[in-house]
Unconditional design. Structure first.
Length: 215
């Protein structure tokens, strides 16, 4: 939140790509700092004992921990939707992203709101890191590894839409899984091919909206 207040806030009046490039560079600096201080070797992160094992339902066998991660993800999505759609704070966030001048004219300062949104986003990234740690281990590049896929998901889903990235994430997951099944060497390329196809047919993404630029 301090990073948003001191640095990102200065970039809101410019091209939106400036914020993307700044945070990307900051992530690279953070990753290398971790390597310098703690080393580049990854560490294992065991699944909690209560969540080990598998759940069987007929021929369907699935990891108990993955089901737990899926349940947590669903709860977080529902909680975010309720906050954005059913609370005064969520109304300010939605209005501020579409017509910031109108919000300011109503006597509401957007600065603290944007800082809180940035902090919530970082907190969710931290939660995602904790949930993925038992599956992929802990290493300096664990954020970088998922960053590209997250970018693809957001582009496919469309900026300005709450459900867009969720739909995009499900599509990317299904496409990658099917590609692994039928043509494993193309698994990583499949999500980029999907992104290219979506952008050609709908440049805003599947559920993307027009956004008012912060002035």
């Amino acid at each position: 939140m301090a990073v948003e207040t001191v640095f990102l806030r200065r970039l809101y009046r410019g091209d939106p790509l400036l914020g993307l490039l700044f945070t990307f560079g900051l992530a690279m600096v953070g990753e290398q700092a971790i390597r310098i201080v703690w080393g580049a070797t990854g560490l294992p992160f065991e699944i909690p004992p209560a969540l080990r094992g598998f759940v069987a339902a007929g021929d369907f066998v699935y990891s108990r921990y993955r089901l737990f991660a899926l349940a947590v993800t669903a709860l977080v999505i529902v909680a975010l939707w309720l906050i954005l759609e059913k609370t005064r704070y969520g109304m300010i966030v939605r209005a501020g992203t579409r017509d910031p001048e109108m919000v300011r004219a109503s006597g509401i300062s957007l600065g603290p709101v944007l800082t809180a949104v940035f902090g919530a986003g970082v907190a969710l990234a931290g939660l995602a890191g904790v949930l993925s740690a038992p599956l992929a281990g802990i290493h300096p590049a664990m954020g970088t590894d998922i960053g590209t896929a997250a970018f693809v998901v957001v582009v496919i889903g469309g900026l300005g839409s709450f459900w867009g990235p969720i739909v995009g994430g499900l599509l990317v997951g299904v496409i990658r899984s099917l590609t692994v099944l039928f043509w494993p060497p193309a698994a990583e390329a499949s999500m980029f091919a999907l992104m290219a196809l979506v952008l050609l047919l709908r440049p805003r993404g599947l559920l993307g909206e027009r956004w008012a630029q912060f002035e």
